[in-house]
Design a protein around this ligand. Structure first.
Ligand code: SF4
Ligand code: MSK
Length: 648
């Protein structure tokens, strides 16, 4: 447990709050309008402004203007001869002789590899949990989807006949763990991609060999004096990203389904209004469902129920944030408090007893926010300790008992809530989530043929995966919601993951009633099937579900993924993981539009390769467009070109 001194050190002091607090109504109104389109979040942002509770937007403003060399990717502090920065026309090379192209490309590969490592290490944690479960060493986990276990086992050539689930699960998890550092130089699940797509990878020399190998090789290549060709470095970035999308992330998705169940359509609700005044509120934030699934089970424990009664609460209200929230939403229907830029605001409702975090996308400053209220921040991963948080390390061996301990801490904290400081800012919006590939197939009657037929007839013009984060550079949720609305209006079905999906949910676009906002063809299809025009496909690692969906459609049509009338978009991305996702989309043949410019403007050669040159390598490329209306136009044009090429 962190000591009191450490928690005192991270506190936002009264003096800091007094300096930050704003009372000018015009300035407050302007900030509210420019920060978010999430109306339910606005009263809470208003509180933070008036009470001087620092948020991500305040820190973003303080950081302006950013260094223009860093923004362009032109600074390098890779070795002790530096740091160096390129000033075009003045200083063209770093101390070692690296030019702008090399510095920009190395920085980008470093960023991408960080993202691929984060996803894939998450995947490894899930696979290890399956292994521990299979050998009887885990606490509380069971195999929930035995059918999926058998399908995966068959893909890996593992015999299932006459064997127990645990034996099959042990062999499967060992086979997957072996692929992290494999010597066979092949990732099994890449075989899900159509042959045409795999042929492109083979020709370009970017077929991924193993998960860890590509990330480690990326780190090797960016060392001073190794990779000096910007193009060669960027191509390895695609290979690394493929090892994430068709490797580490896909393992994370598939084995989460085996352990916790393959998602199926489920109703729930979203926005900060999911916080309940008379209940113990616990938010589950991060990415990995290993802990949060145990928390869901622990709240039904009789000892916990007795404690809740003793403390005078009506019950326990679990709410999700970011992708841990997405995992729980689509499998358990746990309500979702919000996406990335909502994380501090949940605490600032004044009604949150505990913020339980695992890893990724968690602001290190959350204990500072919590210091303004009674909220306890509880960290659970050895990889993600946070100063000022209480640490309760979780492993597969102790998961249930630690989850129960954490829930008890939250319940104990309920009487400490200051009832006069609670703001519950609005009513939650209803959402339908849980569209795994299996669920989409089932909704279509057991085969993707009807979807292909609808696309061929033009009732649905194409499909777009909208993914990724929030970023204070873009008005919160504006990029996601605007792009999604524009696309469905044009009869393009959207599949979404991560914070993009949550933005759509809060805006009412994940409800079957949103079919009314779609074009006539898509609207008719949605009404017939009773589904929304935007399908929630899960968390960040579940972008791998989008790959599987595209692969299935391409196989049915007998084409490569690049020939489909499909595209990707990340309108508000911020994270290194998003760089990896965007790159595995493009490397898999999916034209992808980014709403935020990566730090590459300092190398025109890099910009040209990513936005044009890749087309001749993987038959797809990136575009960068911050205006979601123009992004929609780019995507519509692309989809119509692909339709024409297919003769439909
Ligand atoms: Fe400077 Fe080269 Fe070292 Fe980078 S690797 S800090 S450019 S000397
Ligand atoms: S949580 S990676 S902010 S989508 Fe997956 Fe959201 Fe991006 Fe994190």
């Amino acid at each position: 447990m962190s000591n009191d001194k450490e928690r005192d050190e991270v506190k936002i002091s009264e003096l800091e709050r007094a300096k930050m607090s704003l009372m000018n109504p015009e300035i407050i109104a302007h900030k509210l309008d420019s920060r978010t389109i999430d109306e339910v979040a606005k009263p809470i942002i208003e509180r933070t402004l008036k009470e001087g509770i620092e948020t991500v937007w305040d820190r973003f403003e303080i950081q302006q203007p950013p260094c223009r060399y860093c923004s362009a990717g032109l600074s390098c502090s890779r070795c002790a001869m530096g740091p160096c920065r390129i000033m075009p026309g003045i200083r063209e090379r770093g101390v070692c002789g690296a030019d702008a192209d090399l510095i920009v490309a190395r920085n980008l590969l470093d960023t991408l590899a960080t993202g691929a490592a984060a996803h894939s290490d998450h995947g490894r944690d899930i696979v290890e949990t399956l292994y521990k479960t299979a050998i009887g060493e885990s606490d509380g986990y069971v195999i929930t989807d035995g059918q999926k276990l058998n399908v995966l086992a068959a893909e890996f050539g593992i015999d299932v006949e006459g064997r127990s689930e645990n034996d099959v699960a042990r062999d499967l998890s060992l086979a997957m763990l072996e692929e992290y550092g494999t010597v066979k130089n092949r990732l099994q699940l890449t075989e899900r991609a159509p042959q045409q797509t795999r042929d492109l990878w083979g020709k370009a020399g970017i077929t991924p060999r193993s998960v860890d190998r590509e990330v480690v090789e990326s780190m090797h290549r960016v060392h001073m004096g190794v990779g000096a060709s910007y193009a060669n470095i960027l191509l390895h970035g695609l290979r690394t990203a493929l090892s994430d999308g068709w490797g580490g992330s896909m393992f994370g998705t598939e084995i989460s389904d085996v352990l916790f169940g393959t998602p199926a359509p489920i109703m729930s609700s979203m926005n900060l209004g999911v916080i309940k005044e008379d209940m113990v509120n616990i938010s589950l934030h991060g990415h990995n469902p290993i802990l949060s699934e145990m928390v869901v089970r622990a709240i039904d424990d009789p000892e916990i129920k007795a404690l809740v009664k003793e403390k005078g609460a009506r019950g326990i209200n679990l709410v999700g944030l970011c992708c841990t929230g997405n995992e729980l939403l689509m499998r358990r229907g746990v309500p979702m408090a919000g996406n990335h830029l909502n994380q501090e605001l949940v605490i600032a409702t004044g009604a949150l007893e505990a913020m339980v975090i695992d890893y990724q996308c968690i602001f290190p400053s959350l204990p500072r926010t919590a210091s303004c209220f009674h909220t306890k921040v509880i960290s659970t991963s050895e990889k993600s300790k946070v100063p000022g948080a209480i640490h309760k390390g979780i492993t597969p061996e102790n998961a249930y008992s630690v989850a129960k301990e954490i829930v008890a801490m939250a319940v104990d904290n309920y009487p400490n809530r200051d009832r006069n400081r609670v703001i519950i800012p609005g009513k939650p919006v209803e959402v339908m989530a849980g569209f795994s590939v299996e669920a989409i197939r089932k909704a279509l009657g057991g085969s993707f043929d009807p979807l292909i037929d609808l696309i061929a007839k033009g009732k649905i013009r194409g499909a777009v995966g909208i993914v990724g984060c929030n970023n204070p550079k873009i008005k919160h949720d504006f990029g996601h919601v605007t792009l999604a609305k524009e696309l469905i209006r044009k009869d393009i079905i959207c599949v979404e993951t991560g914070c993009a999906a949550v933005a759509s949910g809060k805006a009412g676009l994940l409800s079957p009633e949103a079919a009314a906002l779609a074009g006539p063809g898509l609207s008719e299809v949605c009404k017939t099937l009773g589904i929304p025009p935007i399908l929630h496909m899960g968390s960040c690692v579940d972008c791998s579900r989008i790959l599987v969906l595209l692969a299935e459609l391409a196989r049915k049509l007998g084409v490569g993924i690049d020939q489909l009338p499909a595209a990707g978009a990340a309108p508000e991305w911020y994270s290194q993981k998003a760089v990896s996702i965007g790159s595995y989309f493009v490397a898999s043949g999916v034209y992808t539009v980014l709403g935020v410019m990566p730090k590459i403007a300092g190398s025109q050669n890099t910009v040209d390769l990513l936005t044009s040159g890749l087309d001749s390598v993987v038959h797809a490329k990136f575009a960068v467009e911050s205006d979601p209306f123009r992004s929609a136009e780019l995507i519509v044009t692309h989809i119509e070109e692909k339709r024409a090429a297919l003769g439909i």
